[in-house]
Design a protein around this ligand. Structure first.
Ligand code: 5GP
Ligand code: ZN
Length: 114
């Protein structure tokens, strides 16, 4: 999608600190980290949010989470774990309309969300 900031990162039009990339996904550090470890795992396919997932996309979401957990471990958070978050639409405070998993670690997280 031409006006989507994450599609621009995928296209290389906007720089990002990438952790990894393959043919269907990319992971990169969040520009405004809220924890010592905070990166995003996104599909290359422009899916607006989890509520707009199509049935065919379900296996892809599994692979995104698999990559998310592998990378969190690589970032040194295997022992203490972390937080995997998908914000969706207005009440989820989603600000970028391209599906993304926030992966955070390196400090204890609060609960419940504000
Ligand atoms: P949301 O609020 O939609 O769940 O999260 C969007 C996230 O994307 C935010 O944490 C924000 O800091 C991050 N973000 C927004 N624009 C950019 C960007 O251009 N580069 C990177 N690396 N992260 C971004
Ligand atoms: Zn997009």
């Amino acid at each position: 999608m031409s006006d989507c900031i994450f599609c621009k990162i995928i296209a290389g039009e906007i720089p990002a600190k990438k952790l990894c990339e393959d043919d269907e996904m990319i992971a990169f550090h969040d520009i405004n980290p809220v924890a010592p470890v905070h990166f995003l795992v996104i599909p290359k396919k422009h899916i607006k949010n989890l509520l707009e997932l199509e049935a065919d996309d379900t296996p892809l979401v599994g692979r995104l989470f698999n990559k998310a957990r592998e990378l969190l471990k690589e970032q040194g958070c295997e022992e203490n774990g972390g937080r995997f978050v998908i914000n969706a639409k207005k009440h989820g405070l989603q600000t970028v309309d391209h599906l993304h998993i926030h992966v955070m670690g390196g400090r204890p997280m609060g609960w419940p969300p504000g």
